[in-house]
Design a protein around this ligand. Structure first.
Ligand SMILES: Nc1ncnc2c1ncn2[C@@H]1O[C@H](COP(=O)(O)OP(=O)(O)O)[C@@H](O)[C@H]1O
Ligand SMILES: Nc1ccn([C@@H]2O[C@H](COP(=O)(O)O)[C@@H](O)[C@H]2O)c(=O)n1
Length: 548
């Protein structure tokens, strides 16, 4: 995977590092109007569509934004998941179609980003990713840096870009894999220590001044758009933007324009118009042209078999019912310990978790070792020969962490927060923090329960996108429903599923039947019974919020 790493043990892959919560940071695609939902600072929000905790952002680059930026709300009120899509698989474990790639080329400040944003708004699809060429500026040596500070370095020629990394990144995104995109800072001409993780999407927009320079990259594009804005307008916008946002002074911008930007436009960028399928005069204000492009993209997507995200309620939860229970399912041996009837929920849940985790670690490979005892004798034992880490599905899966750490010393544990959208019933990724180099580990994916399997499916998909091998994933849950087991097992046949109990069905509310109620609420004591007044303040003065 293209990567720029940092030193922290756990790498923040998606949404919000606490220190950044609610901070205004350099931004995604949009201008000031784009709103980003900040998931962690608003943990009590159950329905993302009601989304409090929106943070306004400045700046322009979607791909080069800080790592919080994965969800934007457009002016039209649409949510765009800028880092990925739900990982629906068919019965053969096949993923969705490859992303439809829109290439946007044009001079500096011609309005490429503005056009990209406008396309996103009009597409009306939630899973759209934007990758900007700006992220692929080469890292400068100190001598080059010195030149750049005197406007003697040319940022407008092909040599200024790392085309290898760019090509590799686009290939991976086309395959739906995750990528680490460098974060570029125009004020310092440097890459940030952080990278921005992006996933596959239904539509991928790639924009940049030299987007059409490399044939291998152009060949990946499904539609090529050239933004044709006149030179005066480009210069005027650039002056305003670079002095306002990129820390430059007026005379420096003019000097750079005359020495590098203008000649490079004529030599390298303007010929891009010949490669284009569509030329948009006047950029973002040309809504007629943008609408035509959007119509074309939609037609092409339908021709490829794209279906707008289906609400999971319409899904056939029993689609796999006719298939036998999979070989990859392992149920902990049925002993009185497993069936210990008791109303001390937390104590016995934890006891069961310990048994579950003990069972799960048996599936990791071991080797024979000889250990020297203090009495001088040899002891022949066995030692794990694979690195193991945990990934807890927040919040119920976090309850298994204690048992994992008790069984596997110093075990690293990542976190993943997936919430089901109350309206579409689609799982949505909110937060991801994975151990570094997770692809080198066996991963114990932990949740308390598995019902439809949609959340676990998404979590598995994300691990695969981070190059964890399917056979290295062990999904552990105290209770699993049969439809969820079958969905996961037949989509990911090499993932092991370990549980202490299997229930036969899920109901129309997607609850496990008979199930055990909401595990998290029971464990954490947050359950509020119907008709009971909530004791904590959750915002509304008049109406207590009721859960069932
Ligand atoms: N049609 C427009 N009218 C006014 N300002 C615009 C228009 N299109 C773009 N801009 C402004 O010009 C600057 C550059 O636009 P941007 O879309 O970021 O260009 P590019 O991505 O090609 O560099 C931004 O500050 C943007 O807000
Ligand atoms: N350190 C840098 C890197 C690039 N530039 C200029 O940015 C322009 C490309 O970005 P757009 O958003 O305008 O497409 C390009 O023309 C470079 O001159 C820079 O000034 N400093």
């Amino acid at each position: 995977m293209p990567a720029v790493s940092n030193d922290s043990d756990l790498k923040d892959k998606t949404a919000t590092q606490d220190k950044n919560a609610n901070k205004v940071v350099p931004s995604p695609i949009g201008e000031r109007r784009v709103k980003i939902h900040d998931p962690i600072s608003d943990r009590k929000m159950l329905n993302p569509n009601q989304g409090p905790g929106h943070v306004c952002r400045r700046g322009r680059q979607l791909s080069s934004s800080k790592s919080e930026d994965h969800l934007m709300t457009t002016d039209l009120g649409m949510k765009v998941y800028t880092k990925g899509r739900p990982p629906w698989y068919d019965i053969h474990g096949q993923t969705l179609n490859k992303p439809y790639l829109i290439g946007i080329c044009g001079g500096s400040a011609s309005g490429k980003t503005t056009v990209a944003k406008s396309i996103i708004e009009r597409l009306g699809m939630p899973w759209v990713t934007v990758l900007s060429m700006d992220s692929f500026y080469k890292v400068l040596s100190s001598a080059q840096h010195e030149l750049a500070s005197k406007n003697e370095y040319n940022f407008d020629t092909p040599d200024a870009f790392d085309f290898n990394l760019l090509h590799e990144t686009l290939l991976r995104l086309s395959e739906g894999k995750s990528v680490d995109v460098p974060v570029y800072d125009f004020t310092t001409h440097k890459r940030d220590i952080n990278t921005n993780v992006m996933y596959g999407a239904d539509v991928l927009i790639f924009e940049g001044i030299l987007a059409f320079h490399l044939k291998e990259i152009v060949d990946l594009m499904d539609i090529k758009v050239f933004v044709d804005t006149d030179a005066d307008t480009r210069l005027a916008r650039r002056l305003s933007r670079d002095t306002g946002e990129r820390g430059r002074d007026f005379s420096g911008v003019l000097d750079q324009y005359i020495r590098h930007v203008k000649p490079a436009f004529e030599q390298y960028i303007a010929p891009g118009a010949k490669v284009a399928d569509v030329i948009i005069p006047r950029g973002g204000e040309n809504l007629v042209a943008i609408d035509l492009i959007v119509r074309q993209v939609k037609t092409q997507l339908v021709a490829r078999g794209y279906e707008a995200s289906k609400p999971i309620k319409d899904w056939d939860n029993n689609a796999f019912e006719h298939l036998p229970m999979p070989q990859s399912l392992h149920i902990v041996k049925d002993t009185p310990q497993i069936h210990h009837g008791n109303d001390e929920f937390v104590f016995y849940a934890e006891r069961l978790m310990r048994i579950l985790i003990e069972h799960a670690v048996n599936f990791i490979s071991y080797e024979d070792v000889e250990v020297q005892m203090p009495n001088g004798k040899s002891y022949y034992g066995r030692r794990r020969n694979a690195e193991l880490c945990g990934v807890a599905v927040m919040r119920a899966g976090e309850t298994l962490e204690k048992s994992l750490r008790a069984v596997v010393k110093d075990c690293k544990v990542g976190k993943i927060l997936i919430q089901t959208n109350c309206i579409t019933m689609m799982p949505e990724l909110y937060f991801l923090r994975l151990p570094r180099h997770i692809n080198k580990y066996k991963v114990l994916l932990m949740d308390a329960t598995v019902a439809t399997g949609s959340c676990a499916t998404m979590a598995i998909r994300i691990l695969l996108d981070h190059d964890v091998l399917e056979e290295n994933i062990i999904l552990c849950a105290l209770l699993m429903a049969q439809p969820g087991i079958q969905r996961i097992a037949y989509s990911f046949p090499r993932v092991k599923l370990i549980t202490t109990c299997v229930d036969p069905a899920i109901n129309e509310l997607l609850h496990i039947i008979p199930g055990m109620g909401n595990f998290g609420d029971r464990y954490f004591g947050t359950e509020v019974r119907r008709g009971e007044k909530a004791e904590f303040d959750i915002g509304s003065d008049d109406e207590p919020l009721l859960f069932n």
